[in-house]
Design a protein around this ligand. Structure first.
Ligand code: SF4
Length: 358
C-alpha cells in the first residue's frame, strides 16, 4: 500500500477524449463530514468503531484481540494511532497532489505483509514504530497543520485500514478546529465492508489498490487470505458511496474512486482479470491509475518471480487491456517510474525529497 505517482511521469492521460471527469463542485464546497459532525453522527460513529477495538474486527483478519487493553493482532497495533510520517506529498495523481500537495498521514504498521512493500520500513517493522503512537488530539493537530500551515489541498490517510476508529475519533477533534479539506482514504483494499459503511459521508475520495486476482498469490506474497473477494467487495462499496471521480472548478479531485493497479512482473497482479472485472462489475467509467513503478525491494530480491522490474512487453500488454476493456478514465505511469520513486522513511526529516514533514 501507499503507492505513489511520481509527478511529471505520466506517459498517457486517459480520458481526454470523452471528457469524463465531472466538474460539479465549487472549490469552497463544504465536505459532508462537517454535517455529520454537526448532527452528532460523527461522534456516534467514533464511539461505535472504538468499541469494536475491544475484540478487534476492524479488518478482514478478524483477530478478536482487545486493542483497548494492550493486546495486538496481525497488524501489531494497539489503541493509539501510530503515525510514521506526516508531510505534504507531491507524488500522487495530478488531481490529488495539485500544486500544493496532498497532506499525507502515513500510518505505521499494516494489515498486509507484502514481500515487495515499498513502505516496508514503516509497515513491517513494528519495533521501530514504537514511540510513534499519538493521541487523537495530536492526530487532529497534524491534520490542521497540513491544511492551515502547509496549505495542502486534501488530507490523505495512507494505509489506514487498521486505524479507522482512531481516524474518525481524531476527526471529531479536527472538524470543530476548522478542518474543511476533502479526505482521502488510500488503502490496500483489505478492508471490512462493514467498517467501510461507517465511513460513508466521511471520506470524499477513495484510492484503493487492486493488487491481485488470485488468492493463492495474495497469500504467498502478502499473507492475505481471500484478498480478491475482500478487495472487490470493498471497491464496490467505495464506488457505491462516492462513484466516479469528480473535480472542483480548480481541477482538483473532490470526490470519487481512483483504483490503483500496480503491474507486477510475470503477470502476478492478474491485470487482465482485475481490469476486466472493474469494467464489467463496477463500471467502465471508473477511474484507473495504472502504476509501473514496481521495483524489487524488501524481500522481493530473493523471490525469483518478483526479483526484477516489469518488462516493456508486460507494460504494453496492460495498456492494451485498458483499450480492450474501454477503461478510458485515469492515468498510466511511465515505464521509468521505478527510477523516480523510492521513498526512504529513514531519511532525515521526510521520506520524499520534495516534501516537507512535520
Ligand atoms: S485491524 Fe489489526 S487487530 Fe484488528 S482485525 Fe485487522 S489485523 Fe487484526
Amino acid at each position: 500500500m501507499g503507492m505513489s505517482y511520481p509527478q511529471g511521469r505520466r506517459s498517457k492521460s486517459l480520458g481526454t477524449q470523452r471528457s469524463p471527469l465531472r466538474k460539479e463542485y465549487r472549490s469552497e464546497s463544504i465536505p459532508r463530514y462537517v454535517g455529520l459532525y454537526q448532527s452528532g453522527e460523527l461522534q456516534r460513529r467514533s464511539e461505535a468503531l472504538e468499541s469494536r477495538l475491544a475484540s478487534c474486527d476492524i479488518c478482514p483478519r478478524d483477530c478478536r484481540v482487545d486493542r483497548l487493553h494492550g493486546k495486538s493482532g496481525f497488524c501489531r497495533s494497539g489503541h493509539l494511532p501510530v503515525v510514521s510520517s506526516v508531510c505534504d506529498h507531491h507524488g500522487e495523481e495530478p488531481v490529488i497532489s495539485g500544486t500544493k500537495g496532498t497532506g499525507a498521514i502515513f500510518f505505521g504498521n499494516c494489515n498486509l505483509k507484502c514481500v515487495y512493500c515499498q513502505n516496508h520500513q514503516i509497515s513491517q517493522d513494528a519495533a521501530h514504530q514504537q514511540g510513534k503512537d499519538i493521541t487523537p488530539r495530536q492526530l487532529a493537530e497534524r491534520m490542521m497543520y497540513l491544511q492551515d500551515v502547509l496549505g495542502c489541498h486534501n488530507i490523505s490517510f495512507v494505509s489506514p485500514s487498521h486505524f479507522v476508529p482512531q481516524l474518525v475519533t481524531a476527526l471529531c477533534e479536527a472538524v470543530p478546529r476548522g478542518l474543511r479539506v476533502p479526505l482521502v482514504y488510500n488503502t490496500n483494499s483489505y478492508d471490512s465492508v462493514d467498517v467501510l459503511k461507517q465511513m460513508d459521508g466521511i471520506i470524499d475520495l477513495y484510492l484503493p489498490d487492486l493488487k491481485y486476482a488470485d488468492d493463492k498469490l495474495a497469500v504467498k506474497y502478502s499473507q492475505a487470505a481471500h484478498y480478491v473477494q475482500h478487495a472487490r467487495e470493498s471497491i464496490k462499496e467505495m464506488y457505491r458511496q462516492v462513484g466516479d471521480l469528480a473535480l472542483d472548478d480548480a481541477g482538483l479531485a473532490r470526490s470519487g474512486v481512483i483504483v490503483r493497479h500496480l503491474i507486477l512482473p510475470n503477470e502476478l497482479a492478474g491485470s487482465r482479470e482485475s481490469l476486466g472485472w472493474l469494467a464489467r462489475e463496477v463500471s467502465p467509467s471508473i477511474t484507473v491509475s495504472v502504476m509501473a513503478q514496481y521495483y524489487p525491494v524488501h524481500r522481493a530480491p530473493r523471490v525469483p518471480l518478483l526479483s526484477r522490474r516489469i518488462s516493456a512487453a508486460e507494460y504494453a500488454g496492460v495498456l492494451d487491456m485498458l483499450d480492450e476493456f474501454k477503461l478510458q478514465n485515469g492515468w498510466v505511469q511511465g515505464l521509468d517510474a521505478a527510477e523516480n520513486y523510492q521513498p526512504d522513511f529513514q531519511r532525515q526529516g521526510h521520506p520524499f525529497v520534495l516534501s516537507r514533514a512535520v
